[in-house]
Design a protein around this ligand. Sequence first.
Ligand code: GL7
Length: 818
Amino acid sequence: MMNAKELKKAIEDNVKVLYRKTIDEASKEQVFYALSYAIKDTIIDEWINTHKAYDKQDAKILYYLSMEFLIGRALGNNIINLGARKEVSQVLEELGFDLTDIEDQESDPALGNGGLGRLAACFLDSLATLNYPAYGCGIRYHYGMFKQKIENGYQKEVPDDWIKNGYPFEIKRSEYSYIVKFGGNVRVDNVNGKEKFIQENYGSVKAIPYDMPVLGYENGMVNSLRIWDAEAITNFSLEQFDKGDYQKALEQENLAKTLVEVLYPNDNHYAGKELRLKQQYFFISASLQRALDKFKSTHSDIHMLPEKVVFQLNDTHPTVAIPELMRLLLDEEGLNWDEAWDITSRCMAYTNHTIMSEALEKWPIDLFKSLLPRVYQIVEEINRRFVVQIRDRYPNNAAEKEKKMAILYDGQVRMAYMAIIAGFSVNGVAKLHTQILEHQELKDFYEMMPEKFNNKTNGITQRRFLVHANPLLTDWITKKLGSDKFITDLPQLSGLKQYLNDDKSLEEFMEIKYQNKLRLVKYIKEHNGIDVDPNSIFDVQVKRLHEYKRQLLNILHVMYLYNKLKNDDNFDMYPRTFIFGAKAAAGYRRAKQTIKLINSVADVINNDKSINGKIKVVFIEDYKVSNAEIIFAAADVSEQISTASKEASGTGNMKFMLNGAPTLGTMDGANVEIVEEVGRDNAFIFGLSSDEVIAYENNGGYDPMTIFNSDTEIRTVLMQLVNGFYSPNNTEEFREIYDSLLKKQGNDRADVYFILKDFRSYAKAHDEVEKAYKDKKRWAKMALTQTANAGKFSSDRTIEEYVRDIWHLTKLRLDNAK
Ligand code: GL7
């Protein structure tokens, strides 16, 4: 890192060169670019150095293949990982700027939907911090996750043109471009008695990688996130690759334009669009071609590949990597099937991130075959051989097993099954989730190949979600522990336990929470125009809007509390602010109606003077990584209320915990392990267990109507959905929500997510929260208990487990490392 004087000069020079201005004339945005380029300059040598070390040490490399990397802003994070936060703020101050203001100029690269994409970003941070050689491989979407505007209570989607003004932390690497082919047909030639498969009459695009630096924490390590952009193949290569005609040239230009245009904004939901499969194959083929070339540049024997390369499939989205690697090994490298299969199955590992059936990717065979004719042939052969194995192993019930396990079945290509069959590892993302995979969702596979299954409980990076998000708490912890080692060794936080009975420390801890609440109050005032009382309990649910995450349960409970305040003279409550933040997939009706409901309830309650501000409801517009950091730091209560068994892990839950907010939640996903760490007394647990949910799902026996009929308070709340209480101009506004809770919907049961079933125990858990909060000391202790026990949930721990059990990487040695 350059010293203060050099940095100052670099910023001033950059402002001059880029904008022909002196620093005193520069806008904040211009200073953002000037500073970012200066930071990139300081990174560049270490970046080069790291990759030289890859080669010199002949390091095994992980390729983390993911359709999503929800990286968030880079500037602040890079400065932190360079260990230069204080110096940089100082320099900016001398120049008349505030670092936080400058950071706010950066667009928030949202190349992901939610937890799955953010996990990938946390993993990259941990890999670099722990000195492991790795590439993230993904797509350079021109439009990331849409920006959300709330208009009249409704979500409106606005395109997110994040690269409009150029993104300072990327480098185009045209020299590593590859051709990716779609469609056409396969010709079989016979060359010297050997079959040769040639794809012809195809359309193609050029894949061009852009690299972004991924810095380790103060260790001189800089890995790369490699995202692929598409360009039309211009005339020079047209002839060479396509023997092209004019029509085809136009089609190809069009394909290149649309291919990486936009991220599909679906979370936990598979839409089955052809363009999506094209995106998948596009980035996979390019990433694999590059990985093989890189390997071959230093190795002569392709059989060594599994020793030097491992591919992790982030959910089923990149599963086409399996037949694509087979294709490259068979058709390009000339291996026979058994050799290619042996290599492929030793290189590929698969992570499952959800059991939601609507998220499972199943491509119609016709579509798959016409888009990827050669790859499809290989899938057919993989399937054929697997079916032979099944018949061998289960001679008495082969047909049934085939139905449950074959890759090709019922006109579909079942991607998850291919990943399980071909890869050497299958992991879930929290203990409970892995158990459900083994004993429910994937039980036939678990029975047949138990050795492949393992659990890797998710984690988060404390560099972003503590050090960057919560500088006050970071400084306090450093002082209390006498060291900042927790920044790379999170379990050190347990040292805070010695302060659990120290009144002064507890007061300091809660004062920091209060300061962070003030920061959020200011954000809400600026962005929502709502006044919020920083002394109220900040009860927060921020995550994607999805029925299984049950934002609806939360808002129904708010309606219930409001009724009590209005109607029951004996009822009183501690002031509460219910904070929501959530984007709904553009085509997800029920989710969008829920957003409207939250905003309608907010309208009524926030404007009712008679309740003395006891309840406020805030819907934070455009929830994203950058405002998430402010929100986590300010939360008192962490709402993690998914229907048990549905949330594979959750990672927001860990971010709240790290920042001192107890969980109000179900025994689902990683909540289970959070409770294990803090103890049952330091969490507010309610609702059906996952076993109970699964039993109801399998055997029936739940009828929400009996609850509706017997519980008058619940009934009143539900009636308010359809009597215009919150929608005076349109009593039908929330009819669908009402119906979904009480009536069978096609094949779906009424109240699929057990909202009414869990309502009473949820309300009771809220009572407990209030009781605990009123006892200031008890609450402070409970809050500090969260932070002190968060050690397990660092993504550093998760990565070490992946390395130990799956990837078998070696730490890179860096000569010039600090
Ligand atoms: C998810 C799960 O829903 C979430 O619980 C998990 O924490 C995350 C990372 O493992 O993966 N699966 C999924 O499809 N999405 C997720 O966020 C979109």
